[in-house]
Design a protein around this ligand. Structure first.
Ligand SMILES: Nc1nc2c(c(=O)[nH]1)N[C@H]1C(S)=C(S)[C@@H](COP(=O)(O)O)O[C@H]1N2
Ligand SMILES: [Mo]
Length: 403
């Protein structure tokens, strides 16, 4: 109980005083069914600015979206979007005083106000999935270190902003430009620890859908999601989507900074636990993924009746081509193609799928859902394990009991 109070106080201190008067409610727990355990987490109904969220950590906040949210629609409401900060986040930002410095290998460094950013070019809207590179890490077997996320460190929103290329044009890209690096207003909590800065290659930076965004689902970016500005790189893991953007720096060489050169990387070769000395590359583009949202694992369904299953899918860094329901790995050998919902949001958005089985004649043991994108990338049968649990992509399975 005292544990709960402490948690509550920390929570309030972390994001401002808005919820100070809120009553302490009875704590609800959710079971994320993490094979490496422990898998119970608090379900917090009133984290400031949020609806009910799974608390992975209070400070800096790591909040996970309950899977039930994805059953409701392909756009994740702002108050249900997962939250991830590596270091403490500022609890307020003065928009009038905020500037974005554009420097490094540019023709003339500039310091831009929000108005100057907003008028740097055409306003662009794009629907894109925001997914942590560690989403689903807690499901890794053998267990790996890092935040033990279930599959809720993802969400899909409509982002509004201007093209990064238009903002870069305000300073003029210099000779030999190779990468563009971003920093936000958050700073490390421990002395000497590296700041959370990230960079992307020049060709990605120049893409016409890579944004400096201020809008999220037609609202200003909430503080938790990076008010007033964040980077959006559709199709790439959101570790690159730097929040509370304050600095844009053009680099002429490789990025030797911690979060690019040392972490957020994965092996270029298959590895097993304990392997060392293999080469790594940054995790970048997302693979396809899909989930059953209509039925939780272990649900009972009616024997002898038709059964409709529904869910969500993503193509990753390319549009979705198809989604199939597949039988258990051993003794399966069947697959049924699912009906895709309308393509409302474009290639980087979540999409619905559904399939109706004419009659349930037995338990549906370890049935899976498998997405394929237009580049022919398919969710694999078995997880390609890596020691950081990055970029999970595997056929996710559930068992339904017929009764
Ligand atoms: N400034 C800043 N931007 C950041 C981070 C951060 O710690 N600081 N974390 C990154 C990571 S790892 C993720 S997964 C996403 C999470 O975005 P969200 O909190 O809006 O869901 O923000 C990215 N941008
Ligand atoms: Mo992340």
């Amino acid at each position: 109980m005292s544990q709960r109070r402490l948690t509550r106080r920390a929570l309030i201190a972390g994001v401002g005083g808005a919820a100070l008067a809120a009553p302490v409610l009875a704590q609800k727990l959710i079971d994320l069914a993490l094979p490496g355990g422990p898998s119970l987490r608090p379900l917090e109904p009133q984290f400031p600015g949020k609806g009910e969220m799974i608390v992975q950590r209070i400070r800096p906040p790591l909040l996970e979206t309950p899977m039930e949210v994805f059953a409701k629609g392909t756009i994740t409401p702002n108050d249900r979007m997962f939250v991830r900060w590596n270091w403490e986040m500022p609890t307020s930002v003065n928009a009038a005083k905020h500037r974005v410095a554009v420097g490094g290998a540019v023709k003339a460094p500039v310091s831009l106000t929000l108005d100057e950013i907003a008028s740097a070019g055409e306003t662009v809207e794009i629907v894109a999935i925001n997914q942590c590179a560690g989403n689903g890490r807690g499901l890794s077997e053998p267990r790996v270190t890092g935040t033990q996320w279930g599959n809720g460190a993802m969400g899909c929103a409509k982002w509004t902003g201007v093209r990064l290329s238009d903002v870069l044009a305000k300073a003029g890209i210099g000779v030999g430009a190779k990468r563009v690096r971003f920093a936000g207003l958050d700073v490390p909590m421990t002395d000497g620890a590296p700041q959370f800065i990230k960079s992307i290659p020049m060709d990605i930076a120049m893409r016409d859908d890579v944004l400096v965004a201020w809008g999220m689902n037609d609202e200003p970016l909430p503080l938790l999601h990076g008010f007033p500005l964040r980077i959006v790189v559709p199709g790439w893991f959101s570790t690159y989507w730097v929040k509370m953007l304050s600095t844009i720096e053009v680099l002429t060489g490789e990025d030797e900074s911690h979060y690019v050169a040392e972490t957020y990387r994965w092996p270029t070769v298959p590895v097993v636990p304990g392997d060392k000395d293999f080469s790594t590359v940054p995790i970048t583009a997302m693979p396809p993924r899909s989930f059953i949202t209509s039925h939780a694992d272990g649900t009972t369904v009616a024997l002898g009746k038709p059964l409709t299953l529904e869910g969500i899918a993503m193509g990753g860094d390319a549009g979705l081509a198809k989604v199939d329901l597949v039988g258990a790995q051993d003794g399966g050998g069947w697959e049924i193609s699912c009906k895709l919902g309308p393509d409302k949001g474009g290639p980087y958005a979540l999409r619905r799928w559904s399939v109706t089985l004419p009659q349930v004649s037995d338990n549906l043991t370890e049935i899976g859902i498998r997405a394929t994108n237009v580049n022919g990338v398919v969710q694999p049968e078995t997880l390609v394990w890596n020691a950081s649990g990055y970029a999970r992509s595997v056929i996710e399975r559930i068992t339904l009991r017929a009764q």
